[in-house]
Design a binder for this molecule. Structure first.
Ligand SMILES: [Zn+2]
Length: 337
């Protein structure tokens, strides 16, 4: 089969590799779509993927073969490549008590989706509801990140919230907050295509944080108090400080995106209001199931996140990952193997 194989820092090569064979407790998935994740870009950019490895963990496809012991799947079943609960109860954050994504790297999954086929333990994939399209299904894993963050946050139905950054995670967080009953979802995003996608998906208002004073605008729109909650889905230099400034007394900023460089903080601006910062990382099987339910109900859609320009072939992987190191108007890139 064809696969995009990491061969060193910022070097990904399309190669012919043996098609994996499922073991007795495994399934083989023929991949339909495979999303490019910001974490794949970081692995590529900072040389955090083992040479010879196949990245990609946001994929959907059909069961192509099953191992001898596998009873619950048959050829042709539509699945998303992840989200199943580990029957042995291996903990979710298995990377250690002092885990750091910068020094340890992201766990490199053994089931890379940047290939025509991937093999997985039988419990790992989840069945895709009939009504959920492939275009929507490929967003399941990043949407589980958004659901995880919203569930970890202090969000309550009726809250006014701000989402900073309208990349894939920001746009999915926006949709999850709307589905959860936010009274207003304000989005802060400088790139025109991303801002317009946020508008199309129903953002109450979208602010350009480069050319407008987003903090003052948000404070004004929330009775001069600030919003109770903001979500940092950008990790740009100014966003964390802006988030901490725009929340009200006792408000909370949930940080989803990771900054790989220092971000400046002026603590005197917000410590006096006893605001909170909360980190969110990864997702649980429960989050994935919530996502599939939201997708089945039409409350999370691909819509403007995926259009014809999103789809790329193997030969565009190197150029696309390189471009995504400094994303502009890109939203979600999807490999069609
Ligand atoms: Zn991802």
């Amino acid at each position: 089969m064809k696969a995009a194989v990491m061969r060193g820092e910022q070097n990904i090569v399309v190669e012919e590799v043996p098609t994996p064979e499922p073991g007795p407790d495994q399934v083989l998935i023929k991949i339909k779509y495979s999303g490019l994740c910001g974490s794949d870009v970081h692995r590529f950019q900072y040389g955090m993927a083992e040479p010879g490895s196949i990245m990609g963990h946001e994929f959907c496809g059909e069961i192509a073969a099953v191992g001898a012991n596998v009873k619950e799947w048959k050829e042709g079943d539509r699945v998303v490549g992840g989200g199943g609960a580990n029957p042995d109860g291996i903990p979710r954050l298995s990377s250690g008590a002092r885990y750091s994504a910068r020094t340890v790297g992201f766990k490199t999954p053994g089931w890379g989706g940047f290939a025509e086929y991937a093999v997985m333990d039988h419990w790992r994939p989840l069945p895709l509801p009939d009504s959920v399209s492939w275009e929507t299904a490929v967003l399941t894993e990043p949407c589980a990140i958004a659901v995880h963050a919203v569930r970890r946050s202090a969000f309550k139905i009726g809250d006014q919230v701000v989402v900073m950054g309208a990349g894939p995670i920001g746009l999915l967080t926006q949709q999850v907050l709307q589905a959860g009953g936010a009274s207003a979802v304000y989005v802060s995003e400088p790139a025109p295509a991303r801002a317009s996608a946020a508008r199309d998906l129903g953002a109450t208002e979208v602010f350009d944080p480069i050319n407008t004073d987003v903090v003052s605008n948000i404070v004004e729109l929330s009775d001069g108090l600030g919003v109770p909650l903001a979500f940092d889905c950008a990790a740009a230099k100014p966003t964390l400080q802006q988030g901490l400034e725009m929340v009200r007394r006792g408000g909370q900023v949930t940080v989803i995106s990771m900054a790989w460089e220092d971000v400046p903080l002026l603590t005197v601006e917000w410590i006096g209001r006893e605001v909170e910062m909360k980190a969110s990382y990864g997702s649980t099987p429960e989050d994935w199931q919530i996502v599939l339910n939201l997708m089945e109900q039409g409350k999370v859609v691909a819509g403007p996140m995926i259009d014809d320009l999103s789809f790329i072939g193997f030969e565009e992987m190197q150029a696309t990952l390189t471009r995504l190191m400094t994303p502009q108007d890109d939203i979600q890139s999807v490999l069609v193997p």
